[in-house]
Design a protein around this ligand. Structure first.
Ligand SMILES: [Zn+2]
Length: 224
């Protein structure tokens, strides 16, 4: 695979805002341009030279409606009214660089989170955004904010796991359990994490790669 410059990896994709009807363009990653480097324990993927997660919130700069791409079009009429009432009047238009860094991503995801509050979104969607925010703060080396968002994601995913239909934002039951366990370890809930991982590893139909990940995480816990 050739080495691309960051600006060679992005393009403008067209959207129409479901809240205000404004046609606009959002930066997206060209297929095959971001090179996967590694996964952290909690499945945070690391890429070079651009990070696809940074671009996953779609934001209408006209009215301030924002959501992760998989949820952008799924908004009810009453949620649209809530966004117009609670987000638009105080929304300050953004001017981002073409290539996003962690700070740009954090700003965009926080707007998506405000929209979640306005839309009264379920915990699954909110926790997914908090998890991503934690990952972006990790990219910045900001441990305090990373932990704060991991804690909210941990509680929220647990709540979502028992009250919402799976998958949540593309995370199936096993992946979600694994992420909950991995976050738990980072925020000091080791015993609960061991319980989850022990429950997970005996499940049928796990890929050998996923089993290996679970074993690795369990081993790490034992070493602590
Ligand atoms: Zn709009």
């Amino acid at each position: 695979m050739p080495d691309y410059k960051p600006e060679e990896c992005i393009y403008d994709k067209s959207y129409t805002c479901p809240v205000c009807g404004n046609p606009f363009k959002a930066k997206q990653i060209r297929k095959g341009r971001a090179k996967f480097v590694s996964n952290d324990d909690d499945l945070k993927p690391n890429y070079t030279p651009v990070h696809p997660d940074y671009y996953d919130v779609i934001l209408c700069n006209n009215c301030g409606y924002a959501a992760i791409s998989s949820k952008f079009d799924s908004i009810t009429m009453s949620q649209q009214d809530s966004v117009s009432e609670k987000i638009t009047p105080s929304y300050v238009k953004r001017d981002y660089p073409d290539v996003y860094d962690a700070n740009t991503a954090i700003d965009r995801y926080k707007i998506a989170l405000e929209n979640c509050e306005a839309k009264k979104s379920k915990w699954g969607e909110k926790s997914y955004i908090h998890l991503k925010l934690a990952w972006f703060y990790r990219d910045k080396g900001d441990r305090e904010n990373e932990l704060e968002h991991l804690k909210i994601a941990y509680d929220g995913f647990n709540e979502a796991f028992t009250t919402e239909k799976l998958p949540i934002c593309g995370l199936d039951e096993n992946t979600l359990l694994y992420i909950i366990a991995a976050i738990g370890i980072k925020i000091g809930y080791e015993e609960e994490s061991i319980r989850i991982l022990s429950r997970l590893i005996v499940k049928k139909n796990l890929s050998s790669r996923f089993k290996e990940k679970i074993t690795l995480l369990k081993d790490k816990l034992k070493e602590q």
